[in-house]
Design a binder for this molecule. Structure first.
Ligand code: ADP
Ligand code: F6P
Length: 471
């Protein structure tokens, strides 16, 4: 296998099943922030991507453009213990403020550990001498240390896309010391928000007795740098899509189908309990009940793409959401005029770009979210400078998108009031807010993120110049 000087290691390869099955192997990404983010920067980069080939296994894995793919295949038992179990039933809920009770099953740990070891070995095999290896997310938290043991010559980065919790929560974790030591095998640990780096420093002091500040942790005679690098999106891609004639035509069609005179609220999420979909539906039902919104003048479009459906809590959530949408439509809808359009299916990038432009109010209200790229995609798509963004304070994006209507989604009254403020805001107010957000995004796109991270990783800017261009 050819060796690369940049290796990305992520749970998933960035392909979805249908793209690979027909053999076309175009660069079609699976829904989820991580692939979206990395997809944008790696297309022109001579790198290798190490990742799982998915629930059903890809029919064929070839290189995509300049990126070589190195699949890691998991057995059904490994998927259950590593992906559905320790990653998504233990770490995921715990790292998201335990909004859903984390499940601790002892037998999952060994599978998580051995799968991490397999990823580390695959990365060690494809990394050239002194290469940079960039490990992604909570699925692979043990990989940095394992990789350092296998290949001390490598420069190792780790980026956590999801929140990293405060000590009170992290301390609940069985195997907390191994998890902490695992990520501290990196030279640079990056997070979405500064609070996360602070949490790591406190934990390293408390659990490992390490010398730790919010920027650096000294352990085993090595210094691990830490910091916040808020991830972003391919702004140029979204802007281009938004102005494409077929997308403009789709926007027109959507307005027509939804009702020309209607105010349109849009939400786009993976169907995940962290996304606050139920709280949002409660708020919307109460606005209908109280007569603040009426189906003849307002409609909600809720896209909820299926996610992690083998995990019981996700299946239960889907049942509850579908029940609630049915109840709301049953009670408030009229013939040909539902209160909510609910779509449980994947959308193409161009369909998403059209939907974002159809929104009078984009409603992004996770209970906790590392970043939330949907909020940024919405802003990037609004070439018209119109539209309101209602955004949870608990999404990383809230630190940056100052023009949003910020809301505490746990507080249904606040949600209702904020939705009404956004619906009733003047066009001038909305334009000023949107201009500020678009200005910020233009300078903080995905390339800026990768450049900032890689520059900090090697200190010299050489890596960033080589892989991202324009330092
Ligand atoms: P997460 O990483 O938790 O999934 P983000 O909001 O950061 O959340 O990223 C979600 C990504 O998935 C976005 O890039 C969004 O465009 C994409 N996405 C969301 N819903 C769909 C859908 N129905 N079809 C295709 N992609 C989707
Ligand atoms: O951002 C968190 C994350 O787990 C990403 O790693 C991934 O892109 C996304 O959510 C989707 O999750 P999954 O890979 O489990 O479908």
């Amino acid at each position: 296998m050819r060796q690369s000087s940049l290796v990305v290691v992520a749970n998933r390869l960035p392909l979805d099943d249908s793209a690979a099955r027909d053999g076309a192997c175009e660069w079609r990404r699976s829904p989820g922030g991580l692939s979206g983010a990395l997809h944008a920067i790696l297309q022109q980069t001579p790198a290798t991507w190490v990742g799982w080939d998915g629930e059903t296994g890809l029919a064929r894995v070839t290189d995509i453009g300049s990126v070589r793919l190195r699949p890691v295949t998991l057995s059904a038992a490994e998927q259950a213990g590593y992906y559905e179990g320790f990653a998504n039933s233990t770490l995921w809920p715990l790292y998201h403020d335990a909004v859903q009770q984390p499940v601790f099953q002892r037998e999952w740990w060994e599978t998580y550990r051995s799968v991490n070891q397999r990823f580390a070995e695959a990365a060690a095999e494809v990394a050239g001498k002194h290469a940079a290896v960039w490990v992604q997310d909570y699925h692979l938290q043990l990989v940095p240390r394992m990789l350092r043991e296998l290949r001390p010559d490598l420069l190792i980065g780790f980026f956590m896309h999801v929140p990293f919790p405060p000590p009170e929560l992290f301390m609940q974790l069985p195997r907390r010391i191994e998890l902490l030591r695992g990520m501290l095998g990196a030279d640079l640990v990056g997070f979405q928000r500064e609070q996360a780096a602070h949490n790591l420093a406190q934990l390293a002091q408390k659990l490992l007795g390490a010398d730790a500040t919010d920027d650096a942790i000294t352990i085993d005679g090595r210094t691990v740098r830490t910091g916040a690098f808020p991830v972003s999106i391919d702004v140029a891609e979204m802007r281009t899509l938004a102005t494409r004639p077929d997308v403009v035509a789709q926007v027109k069609q959507l307005h027509h189908d939804l009702g020309e005179s209607k105010r349109v609220l849009v939400s786009v999420d993976r169907l995940d309990y962290t996304k606050g979909i139920e709280h949002r539906l409660t708020a919307y039902r109460e606005l209908l009940r109280d007569g603040h919104v009426k189906v003849r003048d307002t409609v909600l479009v809720q896209v909820a793409v299926p996610s992690r459906e083998r995990v019981e809590s996700y299946r239960d959530l889907r049942d509850r959401i579908e029940g609630e949408v049915g109840r709301i439509n049953g009670e408030y809808g009229r013939v040909g005029e539902p209160a909510i359009h609910y779509l449980n299916q994947p959308f193409s990038r161009s369909e998403l770009a059209a939907l974002y432009q159809t929104a009078d109010v984009m409603v992004v209200t996770p209970l906790r979210d590392g970043m939330n790229l949907v909020a940024k995609e919405f802003v990037a798509a609004r070439e018209d400078g119109a539209g309101a963004l209602v955004l949870s304070e608990f999404a990383g994006a809230a630190d940056e998108l100052s023009g949003a209507f910020l809301v505490n989604p746990h507080d249904v009254d606040d949600l209702k009031q904020t939705l009404m403020r956004a619906l009733e805001a003047s066009p001038e107010d909305l334009a000023a807010r949107m201009t500020a957000m678009r200005r910020h995004l233009a300078e903080h796109d995905i390339l800026a993120w990768a450049r900032a991270y890689l520059t900090e990783l090697d200190h010299t800017g050489r890596l960033a110049r080589r892989f991202i261009g324009r330092a």
